[in-house]
Design a protein around this ligand. Structure first.
Ligand code: UD1
Ligand code: CA
Length: 493
């Protein structure tokens, strides 16, 4: 970005991220900057872009819910320095405490807001480059938006240079009509910033020390203040309430979906497809409507996901299809079929060519190569070998009220419909089970296991015990029709 400007790009760069505010407008017990979009906290997105710039240091200013945010931030990147803001409120004060921490640092200081999550490294690189090329004391990022309500407005002089920023609450009607807003992102030369930061007062509607006043102060000292207008205004979106949180999530998602489309992923309906920034998709994956691909999910080429599917931290191999299903921490092998209406819970592994079908719930279980659990089943704490077919309604009873136990089913086992496997239990290779069996004891290889008592029919029970009911009448009719039929056959014979 700044190849033609090596001398100025050799200046040091420090990044200060402001995240000490209360986030009152979120009305949340969770600190604002820990609310997530695209699967990552707001402040995580800001940290990511800050790290992309390879600065000499990153400082995060905290106060409200300090420990919780500090833990999240240092978890993302341990080299981040946490700076504590004191009881004096305002973005100006937040920068002042960070500046104290920087000592006699004399490079450029890039200030970011923990609640402005959609900035990309190119935009920030361009901002820093413009700042260095113009030798300005400060360069701010602005955006021209349709609805500027709530943002600081950029006030320019007759020569079009920025003279000050006025906050929503302090703006006259004319000022409020300005549609160029302050993105809350600035680069300052450290020296003039340090020289003026103590001059920021509290003469505003909120009685806080506004960093925005710095622009007016520098201008009054006849120092140059530059501005770069963000090419994509949505990148400057600030999140103060849940409406903006949803807008930011949507804008980020649109960007993510587009990126994957350009990488060769078919996304049939970008509006109803949600992909976390942490998920990865290979070329020639197809994503059908109403599908959520979340956290560290990775989908391989040829897989078809959706419609109506959620994958959380899943691995999906080549050519798998997952329809109308919900899966978390599952490994779905190549050429497999999942759904419609399957529920794969953590620890599910479906090997190549296998199937987890309709109304099937699985948990902590392996389903071996080519094995199928096609209909109406619960499979928990189970190991299934290869080439197995479980009949409709197979249930592994893994819990005996005290502990969970495993069911182990060998290779090439075929079970009858509606079986219960009472764990711990083992079914040997090639064994078969009858319909309705309750399998409480191990089945040796190749055995047929039957547990249902022989069927006994009590003739005429309904006519005797329920006389005059519709059932009894139907039985009588069927019996006389049968007798007439039998008589006719005897005559013929
Ligand atoms: C701020 C700007 C506004 C700009 C908007 C862009 C000021 C006074 N106003 O308004 O011009 O258009 O951002 O999104 O700066 N914070 C601290 N310490 C504090 C107060 C806030 O660290 O004492 C942090 C917050 O956690 C937040 C950021 O600074 O991450 C911005 O604060 P916020 O209260 O959201 O400012 P806005 O009203 O959005
Ligand atoms: Ca804000």
């Amino acid at each position: 970005m700044v190849e033609n400007n090596t001398a100025s790009s050799a200046r040091a760069l420090a990044v200060i991220i402001l995240a000490a505010g209360q986030g009152t407008r979120m009305k949340s017990s969770l600190p604002k900057v820990l609310h997530r979009i695209g699967g990552r906290p707001l402040v995580g997105h800001v940290l990511d872009v800050a790290r992309d710039l390879h600065p000499d240091g990153i400082l995060v200013v905290l106060r409200h819910e300090r420990d919780l945010i500090a833990e999240a931030v240092t978890g993302i990147s341990p080299e981040i320095r946490v700076v504590d803001q004191d009881e004096i409120p305002g973005t100006g004060r937040a920068v002042q405490v960070a500046l104290d921490e920087l000592g006699d640092f004399d490079g450029d200081v890039l200030v970011l807001s923990g609640d402005v999550p959609l900035l990309d490294a190119d935009t920030l690189d361009a901002l820093v480059a413009a700042h260095r090329a113009s030798l300005a004391a400060a360069t701010m990022l602005t955006a021209v938006v349709e609805d500027p309500h709530g943002y600081g407005r950029v006030i320019r002089g007759i020569d079009h240079s920025v003279t000050r920023i006025v906050e929503q609450k302090d703006a006259t009607d004319d000022e409020a009509a300005v549609t160029e807003i302050n993105a809350g992102v600035y680069v300052f030369q450290a020296e003039p910033l340090r020289a003026h930061i103590g001059l920021i007062g509290t003469a505003n509607a909120q009685g806080e020390r506004y960093l925005t006043d710095m622009i007016g102060l520098l201008h009054a000292s006849r120092l140059t203040v530059g501005a770069v207008v963000a090419p994509d205004a949505s990148a400057a979106l600030g999140v103060n309430d849940r409406v903006q949180l949803a807008q930011a999530a949507k804008a980020l998602n649109a960007r993510t979906v587009r990126r994957w489309q350009l990488e060769g992923v078919t996304v049939q309906d970008p509006d109803t497809t949600w992909i976390d920034v942490t998920a990865t998709l290979a070329p020639d994956v197809t994503v059908l409507p109403n599908t959520h691909i979340l956290r560290a999910t990775a989908v391989s080429s040829g897989a078809v996901i959706g419609p109506d599917t959620s994958l959380v931290d899943c691995e999906v191999a080549e050519n798998a299809t997952v329809r109308r299903s919900d899966a978390t921490l599952a490994v779905i092998g190549p050429d497999t079929h999942v759904g419609p209406f399957a529920y794969l819970r953590p620890g599910t592994r479906l090997d190549a060519g296998g199937k987890i079908g309709t109304f099937v719930e699985t948990k902590n279980s392996t389903i071996g190569e080519g094995s199928k659990v096609p209909h109406l089943s619960y499979i928990g704490d189970t190991t299934i070998g290869r080439g197995v077919n479980l009949g409709a309604g197979a249930i592994t009873a893994n819990y005996d009220d005290l502990a969970k136990h495993r069911t182990v089913i060998g290779d090439e086992v075929h079970s009858g419909s509606h079986n219960v496997f009472v764990a711990p239990v083992r079914i040997g290779d090639g064994a078969k089970t009858g319909a309705g069996a309750v399998i409480r004891k191990d089945v040796p290889p190749g055995a047929l296991a039957l547990s249902v008592a022989p069927q006994r029919n009590v003739d005429g029970w309904v006519e005797t015990n329920r006389p005059g009911t519709a059932a009894a009448d139907a039985a009588v009719r069927a019996r006389s029709a049968q007798e007439a039929d039998d008589g006719a056959q005897q005559e013929q014979g």
